[in-house]
Structure formats: structure tokens, C-alpha cells
Ligand binder design. Sequence first.
Ligand code: BEZ
Ligand code: FE
Length: 661
Amino acid sequence: MMADTRGVTENFTYTANPARVVFGVGTRAAVADEVRRLGAGRVLLLSSRPLTGDAAAVPGVLGSLLVAQFDGAAMHTPVEVTEQALRVLHEHRADCLVAVGGGSVTGLAKALAVRTDLPQIILPTTYAGSEVTPVLGETADGRKVTRSAPEILPETVVYDVDLTLDLPVEISVCSAVNALAHAVEALYAPDANPIVDQLALDAVARIGRALPRLAADPRDVAVRTDLLRAAWLAGTCLGAVGMGLHHKLCHVLGGTLGLPHAQTHTVVLPHAMAYNASAVPETMERIAAALDGDSAAAAVYDLIVRSGGPTSLRQLGMSDNDIPRVVEQATAMPYPNPRAVTAEGIEQLLRAAWSGTRPSGTVRDGASPAAPDLTWLTDQVVASFSETPNPRLRHLLSDLVRHAHHYVSANDVTQQEWQYAIDFLTRTGQKCDDKRQEFVLLSDTLGISSAVDVLTNSRTPDTTASAVLGPFYVPGPPEREQGSDISGGLPGTPLWVDVRVTDVGGDPVADAMVDVWQANQDGFYDLQLPDLDGPVLRARFRTDGQGRLRFWTILPSAYPIPVDGPVGEMIEATGRHPWRAPHLHFLIAEPGFRQLITQLFVAGGPYLSSEDTAAGRGDTVFGVKSELVVEFPVAEGVPPEGKTLENGWRRLDFTFHITEL
Ligand code: BEZ
Ligand code: FE
């Protein structure tokens, strides 16, 4: 990130807006205390519809403090609605306003506060950010008038992450980009200052990391926490410094054409940024760095595409015939903006936003800067899935198409490149048979198997960590007696395995089925050695009454994954090595427990460390987890099971913890 020298080299003014903020999960429980803290005792509760979900708990929390409810807040804060609410307020002699909702509800609370000077407590359910600004926009006779005054600023904001969990993904994305716009424009505002910069950059980074994860799990508390924190920070920026071209354009588009507020922000932001980029290159570099991209405008565009947000004004229902009207209004009055606002410039900007082209900046060498817009095509394909009865299938297919279209578009993939990809996948399929699974190998070497494994299995921390299955597992291996030797007489350092299977509380799991498999001393599985007679170095055992399992085998060594197929071609073309760290596989199954598939890695062995993976020297399928790297020490004493050994032997002692379903 670029150093911020402004605070060091220049004087600045920063005005903090005094608000009390209670932030967290479940914080709605504090709302009654917050009312009393303001010295109030008669609450008018505001919303835009009857409260549902977690928000429905608020009246209960308020208890006898609640004297009236008004659930008719409306967009753009019409004064007629404010007057209705005002009558309710007077009738019940309310002395405090509690608002639960998005920007419209906050707007109503502010409109009432400016007329009555009552204190406000806001519980936001979107990322609008207006709860921390002293600004109110009201509509009377179809005209919106904006004013700012200290008494408009809410006294207390209770951010409760729970209240945002049910906000639909599409609305969340647009609302979060609306917040992003506050942060972006704050960074190049004429009254920008280093304090606001820090808040803005933190907001940008949080939105950048959270938004792409939202669709996969809209109720992910960590993702929602990031977005709500960002909304607060970005709202603080909005309340502290002036906004520029982007906000002006959205205001005109909303006011003149009635385009929806947050969606319009989402489409316009990357284009307004591209317009301003040449005037504030350092600011754009800081934004790009916070988003981990090369060009700020393109990074914001890509973020919106990845999150499934709208990218064109056409998609929002605007006609291109309206562009001249918007240009005229947006250029009629001068306003602060880092780059001079010209009619030609704004016309070009709006045409790009109308058709939804990706702002240039990170286009690969030799490609034309503005790749054609694919939104219409993506939308058609996504719409073709709209009747899919299984909602998960509908979502996964739609998102796959969005990502794939974005991938080919962002990288300007050529026909030859795509044909190569198809040939590669065809050959991958052709390489598969009942002993060879090249698709699993491809998924493993791209880290996708490990990613799915982490997503699926890392949510129960008391359970032994899992690891990828790999392509060498054969279901139903031969069942062997406890204490037997599975090495089939193959050469290697003898290894005595003495492991236990328990539940997460440490109680033994008896009679659990445990499949084990491993490579020989030269790094080959039996499947790869056609001359070998029968399954070797693989077996099925049952744990005894103490959950214990003991058997003889040989010490596993590092081995290369098979490289005589398309995956080997990829390994070769990228200069990677094909090696796996030495390990022993386990698959543990017991009715009533979650199946555990894992590997134990030999401490001190090669290709283990994940730092090495980054440097191209770690496990080639990204399968090592530190908890699974264990000592296989040189053993002392008499070998178990009457084994006679001339040289030394090693042992493995380990306890697996499996989780009850
Ligand atoms: C294995 O451990 O057997 C393995 C896992 C992924 C790719 C190749 C081999
Ligand atoms: Fe293996």
C-alpha cells in the first residue's frame, strides 16, 4: 500500500460526528439499556414493514419502554409519511425514537428528530451508512431537498450483525457497493484527510474480501461482520467529507430517471473511478492495493461481477436515449471533483456504464482495451436455469456460468486457448479408468480438493483434521486381523502402527472400520505395480474394545504423483515438481459418526512445509496440515507380535478423534 504522507506534510481538519456505537452479534439485547442511557422512557419504534426474523425481538427487548410502533417508512423520506409518524409520536408522548431498518427508516427517524429534537437509536439492517451522518434528504411535491444539521445525527447506533443475516444477497451486494462508493469518494474528496483515509481504506479492504464470499453462505457471520463494519466506517466517511462525481451522477440518475438507488451506485462506481483515475493516481493505487488488484476501477468492476451484482444501466432498465439528458443535468452546475467534469467525458462514461463494459486497466498485453460486454449473454444463460426445481443446483450452475464468463472476458481468452482447454479436459477424461483417476489428480494439483476438504471438514476443531482422499483409494480393501503385517514382504523400514480412535470427549470408539493405504519404499502404490500379486500396503481393520488398532507395515516415503498424463503436462509446463510428502492414509467409519478421511505425515520428511509449497517445494497437492505432521520415532525394545528384526524399526502412536453425527 502507498505510504500516506498527507498527515505528515500537510495541515488538515477532521470533524468527528459524535455518536455512540454499539457493535457486535446479538447487540439488539442492549437496546433497552441504550434508551435508558439517553434518559428516555417512551419509545416510538420505527420500521418500513412489520418486523420479522431477529428484528422481531426488538419490541420484546424494549418491554414497557415501548409506547408505539410505526411501520410505514418509505423511500426518499416523503414528508407526508413523516407527518403521519409525527402524529403517532405526539399522540403517545414518545420521548425517544428507535429505528430498525435500512436508509428509509433511518431517514424517517432523522426527519422526526429534526422536528422534535428527540434522541434517536438506529439498528441498521443494510449497509446504507446514513445512521452515522448528520444529513437528511426529504421529498416534498416530488422534489428532494437535502440538509445537514447536528440534531439530525442519531445519538446511538446499535449495529447487530444478526439483523443483516437475512438481507438477500442481491440487495446486500448493491448495498455494500453503495458503502464502497462512500469510501472511494472520501479518499479523493477536497476535504479528504488522513483520519478519514484510514477509515475508508479499511472499509474498502473489508468489502473487497467479504463480498465474493457472500453468495456461498449469506448467513456467514464473519462475512456479515466485515460488511457491517465497512458500512459503518464508510458511512462515517460520508458524514465527514464531501462526495464527488459518482454521487452526483447517481443522484441525477435516481432523481431524473427513477433508477434504483443502490443498484445505480453499483453500476456507476467503476466507471466514475475510471473517469477520475488519471487525476488521482496515488489514491487509485491505494484503493487497488486494498482490493488486491492492479487497477482500482477494474478491481471494483471485477468484484461486482464476482459477487453477482449488476454491471450495466441497460440492465437497470435505462434507455440510451436518456444519456444526453443525464449528461446535461450532471454538468449543469459545477461541483468538486478531482477531474474536470466535461460533457464529452460524462457522455463517454455513461455509455460505458450503460453497456456495462469493464473499465480498462488490467487488460493483458496486446488485447483491445475494452472487451465487449457479455452481461446480456451471461444473463440469458443464468435465466435459462431459473426454473431449476433444486435451488442449490440453480445457484451453483448460475454462479459457475457467471464466474466462467467473467474468466473468459477478464482474460480475453482466445479461441485457440479455449480449444486447448477443451482438448486438455478431453485427454484428462480419456486417461481415466478403474485404476487411474486423472480428474481427481487435476482437482488435487489445483488445490481444489484441499479447498473443498477445508470447507467441509475444518468446522469441528475438536475432530482430527482431515486430508484429501487422493486417487489411490480402493473401496473395500481386504479385512485383516489386528497385529498383522500389511507390507506383503516388500522391503522398507519396518513400522509398528499403534493408533486409537476416540470420540471428541476421549471415549474409545470400538469396532470402528479403519481402511489404511500407502505407497511402498519406492513411492508406488500397489495399483501402479501390475506385477504385484494382490492388494499390498492396503487393508481394512476393526478397532478393538479400547478403540485401538495395531499392525505392522513399512515407513512410507515421498513419491511423485503420476506425470504420464495431462496433469503431468501441466506440472511440466509450470515448472512445478510432482512430489507428495511421505504419508499414511486412513479412512475411519463408524455408524453414528462422521467419516474421517485423513493422512499422517512423517515429521522431518521432505515436501512438508506450506511455505515450501508457495516456493514450489511443498506437497504438490497442497494436502499437508500441521496437525497431521507427526513423529514416527525410531523404536526401542522387543518388536511386538513376535516379529524378529535384524535392523531397527520405527513406530507410530496417534489418537484420532471423530465426531458424532
Ligand atoms: C495420495 O496421497 O495418494 C494422492 C493424493 C493426491 C494426488 C495424488 C496422490
Ligand atoms: Fe498417498
